[in-house]
Design a protein around this ligand. Structure first.
Ligand code: ADP
Ligand code: GN1
Ligand code: MG
Length: 374
């Protein structure tokens, strides 16, 4: 494999470690993820694959080897399921190194991996149509369904207590106690609102701890831009598998609702524009329930309506924490972005909580209508 000369020597050295086909013509930063550094590698021959190179954020993911082993096992499992049951779905494919490893550590201590790039598919930061919401939800729902015969505790927990409200609230309090006055003052109103909402937001965690809600293999980062939809056709691919680990359905359903029903962007500056869209909610519910194919228990179904608020709340708390910590976790592109992100998520949580009875009614009705396909 020859790498075209204008590619930076550092990238050149990394790419050469992996088993890729053809010659890489260009490399450019890609996507809008908040955690890893992502690059699109374009092949010089159109008929050969393009690739997605990522520098893994090892501050966030302390056990890179365990995480990569999770991803490998999960993608192999899904691939075999899709071959047997569902031709519209594909999975990420890891490209191994020439010495058959799942990632490479460079001399600076950075960790790199390569996936095949899914041509003709794209992700959406803000969902445009109910049909997109249905399709993405279907992919996330069937992720849960097809992973149902995989032992959740055989996966390593890539970020322990990732969606624990109790832990996230503790982290917020610690950040608050260390924060600069200016950031604390700016956050004061929203912090009060968070305190008021917090008891209601702990209920699902209590049910999980009491083992009334089953532990499953969950994705845990089902933000809508973590599913690729085919431009033309019905193809679907769930991506960003770094946080696949044991969890509960509410984490996945809830984050999907958070990111597919808000008419505004995640960091909207004007809170009046944050609007929960019921049409996209309904479509997401239908897609998700079709995807999970009847495996949810009555108690799981009962709490789905709350979970959209829960995940909006958790993300609001996490963004605010990072704002108070001077933006050390999430990538930002302007000062105050984490404040905007946090305020938006809390506003969305507030709107969803207000409509819980109506949302619950819709979910119950839809769940009763769904029949198993397989
Ligand atoms: P992060 O963990 O930083 O969010 P992701 O793995 O989600 O990183 O990748 C960032 C973006 O890159 C995604 O939102 C998506 O748009 C795009 N992307 C990721 N993997 C692929 C792939 N295999 N094919 C095409 N696009 C991809
Ligand atoms: C991060 O990696 P990305 O951008 O898909 C974060 C999620 C948050 C999300 C908020 C490992 O997701 O938990 O919901 O930002 N991922 C991690 O947009 O913390
Ligand atoms: Mg992502």
């Amino acid at each position: 494999m020859e790498i075209i000369s204008h590619i930076d020597a550092q990238f050149d050295a990394i790419i050469r470690e992996f088993k890729i086909s053809g010659n890489i013509l260009t490399i450019k930063p890609y996507g809008r993820g908040h955690i890893n550094d992502t690059y699109l590698l374009t092949n010089s021959a159109a008929e050969l694959p393009d690739y997605l190179l990522q520098r893994i954020n090892h501050q966030v993911f302390g056990n890179v080897s365990g995480m990569m082993s999770n991803i490998h096992r999960v993608t192999e499992h899904l691939k075999s399921k899709f071959i047997k049951n569902d031709s519209s779905q594909i999975t990420l494919e890891l490209i191994k190194t020439k010495d058959h490893q799942l990632f490479k550590r460079d001399t600076n201590g950075c960790y790199w991996r390569i996936f095949d790039f899914k041509k003709g598919m794209k992700s959406y930061d803000v969902v445009e149509t109910p049909e997109q919401a249905y399709n993405g939800a279907y992919a996330f729902g069937s992720f849960l369904y097809f992973m149902a015969d995989f032992d959740p505790v055989s996966l390593i927990e890539t970020i322990p207590k990732f969606h624990s409200v109790i832990v996230r609230m503790q982290q917020l309090k610690t950040a608050e106690s260390h924060a600069f006055k200016e950031r604390k003052d700016r956050s004061a109103i929203i912090l009060k609102e968070i305190d008021k909402m917090s008891p209601l937001m702990c209920e699902i965690e209590t049910l999980k701890n009491q083992m009334k809600i089953p532990l499953r293999v969950t994705h845990n980062d089902t933000k809508f831009n973590n599913v690729l939809l085919e431009d033309q056709g019905r193809g679907l691919c769930v991506i960003d598998l770094d946080t696949v680990m044991p969890g509960i359905v509410h984490y996945d359903f809830g984050d999907g609702i958070r990111t597919s029903t808000n008419l505004a962007s995640e960091d909207e500056n004007d809170l009046n524009r944050v609007k929960f869209d019921i049409e996209k909610f309904n479509a997401f519910v239908q897609g998700y329930l079709d995807g999970v194919n009847g495996i949810l228990t009555p108690l799981e179904i009962e709490y789905l309506a709350r979970s959209g608020a829960l995940l909006s709340f958790i993300m609001g708390v996490r963004f605010l924490t990072d704002y108070l910590n001077e933006d050390v976790y999430y990538k930002i592109s302007y000062e105050g972005q984490n404040f905007n992100r946090g305020s938006c998520q809390i506003e969305l949580a507030r709107q969803i909580i207000k409509r819980e009875a109506e949302l619950k009614h819709f979910i119950r009705k839809e769940a009763a209508l769904k029949k198993r396909k397989y």
